[in-house]
Design a protein around this ligand. Sequence first.
Ligand SMILES: Cc1cc2nc3c(=O)[nH]c(=O)nc-3n(C[C@H](O)[C@H](O)[C@H](O)COP(=O)(O)O)c2cc1C
Length: 343
Amino acid sequence: MYKHVIRPFLFLFDPEKVHNFTMWFFPLMVFLYPLFRLLYNPKKSNKKIYVCGLTFRNRLGLAAGLDKDGTVIRFWEALGFSHIEVGTVTPLPQPGNEKPRIFRLIKDNAILNRLGFNNNGADALKRNIIKSRKSISEDFIIGVNIGKNKYTPIETAYEDYKICLEKLYEQADYFTINISSPNTEELRKLQGVDYLDELLSEIQKTNTELSCRKSCNKKVIFLKIAPDLTNEEIINICSLTVKHKINGIIATNTTITREGLFEKTEEEGGLSGKPLKQLSDNVLKKLNELNEKNEENKIVLVGVGGVFDKKGFEDKLNDGAELVQIYTGFIYEGPGIIKKLLN
Ligand SMILES: Cc1cc2nc3c(=O)[nH]c(=O)nc-3n(C[C@H](O)[C@H](O)[C@H](O)COP(=O)(O)O)c2cc1C
């Protein structure tokens, strides 16, 4: 139904307009959510997944960027995901880059985007999460993916991450530090050793302070990295992750490479979907290898990039991922993908 009727119709229109329309439309269909549960939820399993002290009902989550402001969290829960990553959120609201800024590469089963962290800011996200929590089940995990505002200099970027932590501390089950979006100038520089050392140290200091102040456990922190890193860069990031006791790495964000595309494009931005799969699998494999060499300081791995079917999902698990996230596969395959991956 989705692939043969709904998708061809939606794909007639501009991707961002379709996105905005659906984000407006989903909450109006709240009376249909019980039906969605029936149709799309994977088989109930008693087997829970425990990751960094959090309990997940299954291994599949919705990746960051689809519901940046957390406006339809209830919808994602109704579909059967175990978790959603809202954001990327920045301290202040910002409009993002000029439109058009999302493109479909249909022959490649891919999306190219250069949104540039368009979002309504940390305060708005906080309100939306508080509202959603009242009506979702307790075991639905909400991760908050955080970034810096466009005009914050890279040298003081850590201040923005600290503001987001502070504003959303009680609302997030975990935080993801996004240092890998290709659409915010210089952001990927934060993956370099000096910047990253300072950033992670500031983040963990703030994490400790906030947990004391709010009398709760320290929050789980993941780091989201790019698929375009050299082996040496991956090794450095991994050792800083261990040094600062960051819980895990999400591999990966979108790629700036354009290799092997059927559709030629001159558009700038990050590429996601099938052409990303091998690249992000390679990063995951490398991280897994490093984990195996360093059993005592193993970090959690989350695989994301190009998952469209059961095999893609299992590849990520075989490469060491404990959790898997999808974005582009959901757009191309529709909500039926959840059952397809999990049953
Ligand atoms: C339109 C679009 C917007 C995205 N926005 C974000 C974002 O704000 N923050 C982030 O960390 N990742 C963002 N991503 C990256 C995804 O979370 C994911 O890492 C990437 O798309 C690879 O997964 P996929 O091949 O399943 O799409 C975005 C991806 C797309 C397609």
